[in-house]
Design a binder for this molecule. Structure first.
Ligand SMILES: Nc1nc2c(ncn2[C@@H]2O[C@H](COP(=O)(O)OP(=O)(O)OP(=O)(O)O)[C@@H](O)[C@H]2O)c(=O)[nH]1
Ligand SMILES: [Mg+2]
Length: 147
């Protein structure tokens, strides 16, 4: 995957002395949000596409050398499951917007996600990372690395 913009999450609240960061995975259907989340959480790569409705994960990490909890909300990209989108956008402290470099439309949709976050939060001052996934499929690339 290629990470095209980086920002850090702001801490929200303490939980048992540790800070908790709420991160929301957004992006079109099939771009690899769940695969990326599973890689991070369990170091496993699911090679099948099981469309997500909503999956939540909590994991302990160290951020800035402090113990913390990371709450990751893996959301639905498929249009029929997107009723909860505004609610995710209201609750998230940081967002990872994914697209696939093999799917130009998913790249265009990534921009729409950013606008939706703005509409819900009324500010662009939100930690957000844009991730271009599936770079191993370079021969099918539809989104130039120059973007
Ligand atoms: N080649 C390749 N395939 C990938 C990569 N990431 C994910 N995939 C595959 O793409 C398909 C869809 O991945 P998912 O993680 O289920 O996609 P998603 O964004 O969670 O999809 P929804 O839950 O429907 O929104 C699966 O078959 C994955 O194995 C990658 O980096 N490279
Ligand atoms: Mg998924």
């Amino acid at each position: 995957m290629e990470v095209e913009n980086e920002a850090s999450c702001s801490p929200s609240r303490a939980s048992g002395g540790s800070r908790e960061y709420k991160v929301v995975m957004l992006g079109a259907g099939g771009v690899g949000k769940s695969a990326m989340t599973m890689q991070f959480i369990s170091h496993q790569f699911p090679d099948y596409h099981d469309p997500t409705i909503e999956d939540a994960y909590k994991t302990q990490v160290r951020i800035d050398n402090e113990p913390a909890y990371l709450d990751i909300l893996d959301t639905a990209g498929q249009a029929e499951f997107t009723a909860m989108r505004e609610q995710y956008m209201r609750g998230g402290e940081g967002f990872i917007i994914c697209y696939s470099v093999t799917d130009r439309q998913s790249f265009q949709e990534a921009a729409k996600f950013k606008e939706l976050i703005f509409q819900v939060r009324h500010t662009y001052e939100i930690p957000l990372v844009l991730v271009g996934n599936k770079i191993d499929l370079d021969r099918f690339r539809q989104v130039s690395a120059k973007f």
